[in-house]
Design a protein around this ligand. Structure first.
Ligand code: AMP
Length: 148
């Protein structure tokens, strides 16, 4: 790319090896003088089909608790990486969909993910990384993480 990336979106799951992925995104953003944004998605709990006509809905208390915990961690990481307030995204839903949505709506030209996280320890690419790679409107960097 001629002028380098302009808006890099770092997707973090606050699982293992997040610091490696974050470090790579920060380094690239500094080198390209790009805006750096961060997204974390609190995975929406599945609505359980109980099989006898009753769906067990979201546990609102639990969701609020997860959001509060995630906000603390997001703020800590964003402060460390000097990410602007308007580049801090805390969403709720399906991680792969929300990451793509934020990228589309904010003219992101590079998404940085880890090669795996919670869902992909046994695989080369985790399910979120894989899906982002296939549906992103822009380049995707999957930072290779060691299975351990
Ligand atoms: P996984 O599909 O769980 O193996 O995760 C692969 C990568 O996708 C992670 O290293 C993160 O970069 C990103 N990712 C996974 N889950 C989330 C999430 N809930 N919020 C933001 N990014 C995520």
């Amino acid at each position: 790319m001629e002028d380098g990336y302009k808006h890099i979106l770092l997707a973090v799951d606050f699982f293992e090896q997040d610091d490696i992925v974050a470090g790579r995104a920060k380094d690239l953003a500094d080198k390209c003088r790009a805006k750096l944004s961060i997204v974390h998605v609190v995975d929406s709990l599945p609505i359980i089909e109980a099989g006898y006509g009753v769906d067990i809905p979201y546990d609102l208390d639990l969701t609020a608790e997860l959001m509060a915990g995630a906000k603390v961690r997001l703020t800590r990481l964003a402060d460390k990486l000097a990410v602007d307030e308007d580049g801090r995204w805390l969403e709720i839903g399906r991680p792969k969909l929300e990451i793509i949505k934020i990228a589309e709506q904010n003219k992101v030209d590079l998404i940085v993910v880890g090669s795996h996280g919670r869902h992909g320890l046994a695989l080369l690419l985790g399910s979120t990384a894989n899906s982002v790679l296939h549906h992103a409107p822009c380049d995707v960097l999957a930072v290779r993480l060691q299975n351990n």
